[in-house]
Unconditional design. Structure first.
Length: 232
């Protein structure tokens, strides 16, 4: 990794005990840009606990002069087949403009290159990074580093001033909520089928993929089957 950190800053492998500090970094940045704190400790904790992700090798933090965590970066390479690293990082707003982001991105690229050896022969391997559209500094950094803008995702919000009209389902379709212990596999199979023609979809072994889905959804403390609606 290039030694691009300013004096007093150190890069270290991340540890789970830093979870709250890492979440605070993300929320400080989204609050600055969007006026909202979107990430919870449970959100990130669930993601870092999925099978195949190892925080000690797949994530780093930057420690500031006062010993505080000021930046975070991970590189996801947790699933077969190994054809993609999904890189996610953020610098606390109080510590931007110091070259920390470039150091994080450099680490993510090196970690991604290590994963190429595990890709199937002849496969196309991709390093994917994302940022908020309002974060122009991050976009400029990605561009300077050779990354190309290929995709947008939209965060859509609606203020409901009154209850919506009742839904009208096609003939023969009925809707009910999820029954835990009965419906999970069928639900996840429907998800896989629905996304099979989606941009970037990679077919993975069902059982491996299902374990990750369970960890990110059903195993969460705030999982509520009454909010999962199944059309039959």
């Amino acid at each position: 990794m290039r030694n691009g950190l300013p004096p007093g800053y150190l890069a270290r492998p991340a540890v789970i005990e830093q979870l709250e500090s890492i979440v605070e970094i993300f929320n400080a940045d989204t609050e600055r840009l969007l006026g909202a704190r979107l990430l919870t400790v449970e959100d990130l904790g669930s993601e870092l606990d999925v099978p195949g992700f190892h925080i000690e090798t797949d994530a780093i933090v930057i420690i500031g002069p006062q010993g505080q965590v000021v930046a975070y970066q991970d590189a996801w390479d947790a699933e077969e087949p190994h054809v993609l690293t999904d890189c996610w990082g953020r610098v606390h707003p109080d510590h931007t403009g110091l070259g920390i982001g470039a150091t994080l991105l450099d680490w993510a690229e090196q970690r991604s290159r290590q994963a190429i050896a595990t890709a199937p022969p002849g496969a196309r391997f991709v390093m994917r990074c994302s940022t908020l559209s309002l974060n122009q500094a991050a976009q400029a950094l990605y561009s300077r580093s050779g990354l190309q803008l290929v995709r947008h995702s939209l965060r859509m919000v609606i203020d409901l001033k009154e209850s919506p009209a009742p839904a009208h389902w096609p003939a023969g379709i009925k809707v009910r909520t999820m029954v835990p212990g009965q419906d999970e596999r069928a639900v996840y199979q429907a998800v896989r089928d629905a996304f099979r023609d989606h941009w970037g979809y990679v077919e993975r072994p069902f059982e491996e993929d299902f374990r990750v889905w369970e960890r990110l959804n059903r195993d969460r403390e705030d999982f509520d089957p009454a909010l999962w609606f199944l059309a039959l």
